[in-house]
Design a protein around this ligand. Structure first.
Ligand code: NAD
Length: 480
């Protein structure tokens, strides 16, 4: 192993305030509820005290969004709305380093990911949907916005999930009330400042912070026309029940348990990089993470030995260090969940191997881990661990690979590694997954729709398809 001198990114660029209010009607207000702390998961340092929005606050936010919708935003031409979205996109680029550093501090993800993946895709999303704002008549989904969108997002990609929600909603002429996750509110609040800087009309974007109760209050508010949720399947089901019988339009982006399938003709070194990227990117806190490796039996030993060698070089530690590959687990609760499922994996008879690495004394950490000898019946093969833990299964034939890959309640994504184009196409047709990557993994682009089958949810985000969720489809023959 090589020794590296630390190369930490300075945090001087971010100005974290001791306390934050709610962003309602274009201003930061105190709110009527209590408050909660947000913590740096790499150090356990308390970063700030953040307002917990009550039902009354949520109601204020929805009213502000309704006023802005009726009086300003829905009346504005698409070309005018686009100017605001382009402005927001440019400010995100200008303040990219600040956003990346803050995201890494509040979330625990490595700076090289927040800087080179999250923030650039966030800006790209706003640019992309800015382009649609004056072209909705070509969308195929009509041009009529829905009204007020209530949006609830998770902690794994705080800013990116915000962009996936807010950019298409605004482009289509809706206004929004968005709640970030309770462990990662800070970049959403910085985004609120960016909305002020962009002179976005008050009430078009409202950010309310809080936990599950605040989320419940948003999705059940009678004046919310559209609910957009990204998070766990369990909460997604609760939301589906809560809105059943109302005329709210709903999209749910939920959990996953993706199969990353490696055939014996695949370029193995590249496949190993893809496996590492698939499961250790963002500490494995990725809904579409390649958490089940299906490797063809004839190359299984070779792949495992190359994979372990590669895993031993992963640098785990300070998220702000530019050398870091794997950062901190986002919260003590998530760490406990990963530990519990890993212990179950061992007790069920799978063989555990963790990369040798020194973990920092403070903060929440979990060494990159792989389980071999996993069978379909094991809980680690069925449940979403949402951490840097890979389960390895083997297969002999393409049909067996398809059967094992599809043997899951989820259906968000899959990866196929092979030299044969025809095999890629036939696998993609047979895999029940919203996204199938071929000889790559975890690639995201604003032009490409993303979403799941089965318990991974319904609706698509990204691309032209992502507009459907925010428009009242008045095209001939469509459901109104
Ligand atoms: P979570 O479901 O616990 O929380 C998500 C959000 O919902 C948070 O903001 C939370 O405060 C809020 N919430 C909790 N209870 C609620 C309720 N009853 N009503 C309304 N809102 C409520 O999920 P998490 O642990 O934050 O995120 C991890 C999960 O998100 C994983 O399962 C992951 O697969 C999924 N995810 C999916 C996608 C996707 O695009 N499919 C993307 C990212 C994450």
């Amino acid at each position: 192993m090589f020794e590296y001198a630390p190369a930490p990114e300075s945090r001087a660029i971010v100005d974290i305030k001791p306390s934050y209010g709610l962003f309602i009607n274009g201003e930061f207000v105190d709110g009527n509820g209590t408050s909660f702390k947000t913590v740096n998961p790499a150090t356990e340092e308390v970063l700030a005290e953040v307002a917990e929005a009550s039902d009354v606050d949520v109601d204020e936010a929805v009213k502000a969004a309704r006023r802005a919708y009726t009086r300003v935003w829905s009346r504005m031409s698409g070309a005018e709305r686009a100017k605001y979205l382009y402005r927001i996109a440019r400010i995100i680029q200008e303040r990219g380093r600040e956003l990346a550093v803050l995201e890494s501090i509040d979330n625990g993800k490595p700076i090289k990911e927040s800087r080179d993946v999250d923030v650039p895709i966030v800006a790209a999303h706003f640019f992309y949907y800015a382009g649609w704002a004056d072209k909705l008549k070509y969308s195929g989904y009509g041009e009529t916005p829905l009204g007020v969108a209530g949006q609830v997002i998770p902690w794994n990609f705080p800013l990116l999930m915000l962009a996936w929600k807010i950019a298409p909603a605004l482009a289509c002429g809706n206004t929004v009330v968005l709640k970030p996750a309770e462990t990662t509110p800070l970049t959403a609040l910085l985004f609120a400042e960016i909305c002020q800087q962009a002179d976005l009309p008050p009430g078009v974007v409202n950010i309310v912070t809080g936990a599950g109760d605040t989320g419940r209050s948003i999705v059940s508010h009678p004046d919310v026309d559209k609910v957009a949720f990204t998070g766990s399947t369990e909460v997604g089901k609760a939301i589906a029940r809560a809105v059943a019988g109302s005329d709210k339009k709903v999209t749910l982006e939920l959990g996953g348990k993706a199969a990353n399938i490696v055939f014996d003709d695949a370029p193995l070194d590249q496949a190993v990089e893809g496996i590492v990227n698939g499961i250790f990117f963002n500490q494995g806190h990725v809904c579409c993470a390649g958490s089940r490796l299906l490797v063809q039996e004839s190359v299984a030993d070779e792949v495992m030995s190359r994979l372990k060698r590669r895993m031993a070089t992963l640098r785990v530690g300070d998220p702000l260090d530019k050398n870091t590959d794997v950062g901190a687990i986002n919260s003590a609760e998530q760490l406990a969940k990963i530990r519990e499922l890993s212990a179950i994996g061992e007790s069920e008879g799978a063989e555990r191997w963790s990369a040798p690495c020194d973990l920092p004394a403070n903060g929440y950490w979990f060494a990159p881990t792989v389980f071999t000898g996993v069978s379909q019946a094991h809980r680690i093969a069925r449940e979403e661990i949402f951490g840097p833990v890979l389960s390895v299964l083997t297969f002999r034939t393409p049909s067996e690979a398809v059967e094992k890959a599809n043997n899951t309640p989820f259906g968000l994504s899959a990866g196929v590694w092979t030299d044969k184009g025809s095999r890629i196409l036939s696998m993609a047709n047979r895999l029940r997954a919203g996204v199938v990557w071929a000889n790559t993994f975890n690639k995201f682009d604003p032009t490409s729709p993303f979403g799941g089958y089965k318990e991974s949810g319904y609706g698509r985000e990204g691309g032209r398809h992502g507009l459907e969720a925010y428009l009242r489809n008045t095209e001939k023959g469509a459901d109104a």
